[in-house]
Design a protein around this ligand. Structure first.
Ligand SMILES: C[S@@+](CC[C@H](N)C(=O)[O-])C[C@H]1O[C@@H](n2cnc3c(N)ncnc32)[C@H](O)[C@@H]1O
Length: 423
């Protein structure tokens, strides 16, 4: 390759191993700005800037996966069970506008309003809202409904049988709004809840209200630019009159680690800001002081293993999440709603303490400027409950791809109808 002072977009794309679309996006977002060729106004890249980017992200250039896609028109979502906005931020980053968000928790609602004063936050119990006025106003309905058992009498479950559950409320909203696509999000355990009957019931209810459910998948956040081993079950329903196949976002090849969450690098352009955080009680601190990075309770002397683990010691199973210290060179284990919670300790690699609020937020890929309102424990809860923003963004691209295909197809058939009428 001839070395010169500037490279074209295609050349930069080849050198960096990133698609042209990614480079355009990086330019638009300011992540990696291009200069402009004065006559053609095409993007050009300075040689030394390309070289410094290669030094900064040597591994990333191997990641050839890019789910980015530009929406053909404005798409809107009604986001239910919105929490502190993890999924909503991700969808917004992908280019989908939030028409409204429902959430019952007053602190989470304050978080949403503080950060996005223009978002329409519907505060209160979902049961008290009628969503019919969002019909024809949004293309997408999303929601991470808390999982509850249905009372099941062996028959095929219908919408009315699910009354009283939060899934019922999700399905009711979908029925009222009739979006082109709906996305439910839940814990991986939903697959095996009540031996799979709960999920089966949800699929049959969505079928009854006019939605075909795409084969359910559990997405691993580590495959979607999230430095955390979190997994989320995704339930996608496509309105039955639509003949477009929904495809899950492609998993990335690059896996990010704790160092990428907390230090300046590819995911964040600065080290994690200082913030409040909770502490371990003295006894737990003494135990965790003995654990090396990437280690867990098995690294304790045998007597301490027995006394710390109590009955769990004899129960078998790895329990590798207990008394765990995360290493810099691995993704974090799944964050929970409370960082000092028994049996799910995720200790900082160098200091014997839980992650701070801002470290928690980084591991969930929330931007540093996203403020959380409420006490420290309320903030941890909002963050621990969230869909990681980067996973939400990748899901967003998959939805945009689906909607783009739908509108290009329906515009084409409209064009052929008007052409036929004109002949
Ligand atoms: C798993 S969290 C959702 C997280 C969110 N999608 C995010 O990405 O940040 C579930 C949310 O449902 C909310 N919720 C529970 N019951 C509700 C109800 N009856 N009405 C509205 N929201 C409810 C909870 O307060 C919680 O914030």
């Amino acid at each position: 390759m001839v070395m010169k002072d500037y490279y074209s977009l295609s050349e930069a794309s080849e050198i960096l191993g990133k698609s042209k679309e990614t480079l355009r996006r990086w330019d638009n977002s300011g992540k990696f700005s291009a200069a402009r060729e004065p006559i053609s106004n095409y993007r050009i890249y300075k040689k030394d800037e390309i070289e410094s980017l290669l030094e900064l992200f040597p591994v990333d250039i191997n990641d050839s996966i890019d789910n980015f896609v530009v929406p053909l028109q404005e798409y809107k979502v009604l986001e239910l069970f919105a929490g502190a906005g993890g999924l909503a931020i991700g969808l917004e980053k992908s280019g989908i506008k939030c028409a409204a968000l429902n959430e019952i928790d007053k602190w989470a609602c304050q978080t949403l309003r503080e950060n996005r004063p223009n978002w329409n936050v519907l505060e209160g119990d979902i049961k008290t809202f009628d969503f019919t006025n969002y019909r024809d106003k949004v293309e997408v309905v999303t929601g991470g409904f808390p999982c509850q058992a249905f009372s099941y009498a062996g028959k095929k479950l219908g919408l009315e049988d699910a009354r009283g559950t939060l899934f019922y409320e999700f399905a009711r909203a979908v029925k009222e709004v009739q979006p082109l696509i709906c996305i439910g999000e839940n814990v991986k355990g939903l697959r095996s809840h009540e031996k799979g009957k709960t999920l089966e019931g949800m699929i049959s209810i969505l079928d009854e209200i006019g939605y075909n459910v795409v084969p359910v998948q559990v997405l691993k956040a580590i495959n979607y630019r999230v430095p955390q081993k979190r997994e989320r079950l995704i339930l996608v329903g496509v309105r039955k009159d639509i003949d477009i196949k929904y495809e899950y976002p492609n998993p990335h090849e690059k896996i990010y680690n704790l160092v990428d969450a907390l230090k300046k690098g590819e995911l964040f352009d600065s080290n994690v800001p200082k913030s409040e955080g909770s502490k371990y009680p003295e006894h737990k601190k003494e135990i965790l002081d003995m654990i090396p990075p990437k280690g867990y309770w098995r690294d304790l002397p045998l007597e301490l293993q027995k006394s710390y683990m109590g009955k769990s010691f004899y129960l078998g199973g790895g329990k590798t999440g207990m008394a765990r210290r995360i290493g810099w060179d691995e993704p974090s284990l799944t964050l929970t709603c409370s960082p000092a919670q028994k049996q799910t300790e995720r200790c900082h690699p160098d200091e014997t303490r839980p992650f701070t609020v801002r470290e928690y937020a980084r591991i969930q890929t929330f931007p540093d400027n996203w403020k959380f309102i409420g006490s420290v424990s309320q903030q941890y809860k909002q963050i621990g409950n969230a869909v990681p923003c980067n996973l939400g963004e990748e899901i967003g691209y998959s939805v945009i791809k689906f909607l783009n295909q739908y509108y290009s197809k329906s515009n084409k058939s409209e064009d052929s109808i008007s052409l036929a009428n004109a002949i």
